[in-house]
Design a protein around this ligand. Structure first.
Ligand code: SAH
Ligand code: MG
Length: 212
């Protein structure tokens, strides 16, 4: 007789893990910036504490984070938005192979112009912002009304691989505006009394903002 844990582990090794590994290899080869292992495992743990049943993701890329999160919690429903045609197509493909079509809804659109009434829920327990780093404030302002009171907005890549710790003139010119915006967003949300915010120095920096 196998224990639940053994069944889970065997299933993970045989079915889940190969797909996840394949996605990680694809992302590395194509330079697609999916969450790293430590970041995603930490994020899964945070969601285990929060226990959202609905999550809105801005920036699906190939569906890696959405799939990992949905696999970790069988009650979780995710709506996720990706504007890039090729990445969206890959996400469709992987989500189908992960058999998660019933719990992950993909939208091929620019999150800044998407009509939010087309989303499957009017209100979300959690929002995960992981798209263009220079636009975080705009994503936040557009999507925070969809997050319920007590809900949490998470943002990835708050450190931008260390670029946010450099002086402005040390930041490569092509990244300067993006980093300025990201720093301004960080200060703005940290000082925002409507949110209780902390910055977890794990992975590439995960911001956790709880709506009061
Ligand atoms: N969350 C994914 C990684 C996302 S990478 C994971 O960890 O697996 C960021 C993605 O955001 C890119 O694929 C990019 O095309 C997308 N993106 C950037 N700006 C966007 C926008 N305005 N609307 C929708 N997607 C956007
Ligand atoms: Mg990211």
């Amino acid at each position: 007789m196998m224990t639940n844990y053994e069944t889970y582990r065997l299933n993970f090794e045989k079915e889940v893990q190969p797909l996840i590994k394949e996605m990680e290899a694809y992302a590395e080869k194509q330079f697609i910036p999916i969450m790293d292992r430590i970041g995603i495992e930490t994020f899964i743990s945070l969601l285990t504490i929060q226990k959202p049943t609905t999550l809105l993701e801005i920036g699906s890329a190939i569906g890696y984070s959405a799939i990992r999160l949905a696999q970790a919690d069988s009650q979780l429903h995710i709506a996720t938005i990706e504007r890039d045609e090729e990445r969206h197509a890959k996400a469709v493909h992987y989500i189908e192979r992960a058999k998660l079509n019933d719990r992950i809804s993909l939208f091929k659109d620019d999150a800044l112009t998407l009509d939010t009434t087309s989303l499957p829920f009017a209100c979300f327990d959690a929002c995960f912002i992981d798209a263009a780093k220079g636009q975080y404030k705009r994503f936040f302002e557009k999507y925070e009304p969809l997050v319920k009171t007590g809900g949490i907005i998470y943002c990835d890549n708050m450190f931008m691989h260390g670029l946010v710790f450099l002086e402005d003139q040390e930041v490569p010119k092509r990244s300067r505006t993006m980093i300025r915006n990201l720093k301004a967003f960080t200060k703005w949300i940290m000082d925002n009394p409507e949110y209780e915010t902390s910055l977890l120095p794990v992975g590439d920096g995960i911001l956790i903002a709880r709506k009061n």
